[in-house]
Design a protein around this ligand. Structure first.
Ligand SMILES: [Zn+2]
Ligand SMILES: [Zn+2]
Length: 315
């Protein structure tokens, strides 16, 4: 989604090694105007901000090449050297300067290694203190269970939600506009200017732009309404010890009932099974596993090395 836009071509600069003249133009001054020495194209540099000289109507033809015999920079289309007359077959391209906005590459490895090492040490310490386990033998000393049955009532209930999710039997809806989400809308663009050495004595200024977005709220209807529903109002619960768990039977409504206000019926059933180890440590387990142990049985389990806490999924 990046858009690039050329802002024109400008002269690179070079300094004469021979007489010390500075800031010579790389495209239009192939020889030093002071002493006549030829340009060294490998030492071109970008001019300072505000001192760039634009080249109107510049047609880019390719990187300059070194004359293989006298090293003078020659345009991409030249057939032979204008300095010494040598043919330019197999001539090498001149070096280009790195893009001016890129920071010089830094050696960052040592810092990263220290940070990674510190994180690894921290994780190790957390594990050593809180998670490290050892094997221990514990005796199963009890089987605890609870079983409960919910009691549901059919009633007129308040409810709320977005209009498009409102049930079809909702009554007396009262809705208001409310922010539901946000969407991204285009909001101009952010641009970064870069200088690119074209290696023909010029550089190009390029504007690289990415679209910018901002969040805009999206409104929708939020409604309060009433519905007729079964909902849990109570529960009957039994708990005990031993391998004969039972469902509650006292004071229960029937399993089925017709939908009228005030009607009651049996609802959700929940059950938990807990093994007791050494009379004090408890683990809630699935019923089949719970039935797989007998009281008095010795079991190899994992415990936290520091706290002695039983790791319940280890047996
Ligand atoms: Zn010179
Ligand atoms: Zn030459």
């Amino acid at each position: 989604m990046e858009r690039t836009e050329s802002k024109g071509f400008f002269e690179m600069l070079w300094d004469c090694d021979h007489c010390g003249s500075k800031g010579l133009l790389a495209k239009s001054q192939r020889h030093c105007p002071e002493c006549g020495a030829k340009q060294n194209p490998d030492k071109r540099y970008y001019p300072k901000e505000g001192e760039e000289q634009a080249i109107a109507g510049h047609a880019y033809e390719g990187s300059d090449r070194h004359c293989p015999s006298c090293e003078a920079p020659m345009g991409a289309k030249a057939k032979s050297c204008t300095n010494c007359g040598s043919p330019l077959d197999g001539a090498k391209q001149v070096k280009s300067v790195a893009s001016a906005t890129l920071p010089p590459p830094k050696r960052r490895w040592p810092k990263i290694l220290i940070i990674v090492g510190a994180i690894a040490l921290f994780i190790f310490l957390i594990w050593f203190v809180f998670f490290r386990t050892k094997v221990a033998t514990m005796k199963v000393t009890g089987h605890e269970w609870t079983r409960s049955i919910g009691i549901d009532e059919f009633a007129d209930l308040p409810s709320e939600g977005w209009r498009d999710a409102m049930p079809s039997d909702a009554r007396l809806p009262q809705c208001e506009r409310k922010e539901r989400s946000t969407k991204q809308v285009p909001d101009g663009e952010t641009c970064k200017e870069e200088k690119v050495d074209k290696a023909d004595g010029t550089f190009e200024k390029v504007n690289k732009c990415r679209p910018k977005y901002r969040d805009e709220p999206v409104y929708d209807d939020y409604c309060r309404y009433r519905v007729s529903r079964w909902h849990q109002v109570d529960e009957r619960k039994l708990s005990g010890n031993g391998l004969a768990p039972q469902w509650p039977t006292q004071d229960l409504p029937s399993v089925q009932a017709n939908d009228f206000f005030g009607a009651k019926r049996q609802g959700k059933r929940t059950e938990t099974y807990t093994l007791v180890f050494d009379g004090k440590r408890r683990c809630e387990v699935p019923e089949a596993k719970w039935r797989g142990f007998t009281d008095g049985q010795a079991v190899k389990v994992e415990v936290r090395a520091r706290s002695g806490e039983l790791v319940c999924d280890s047996f």
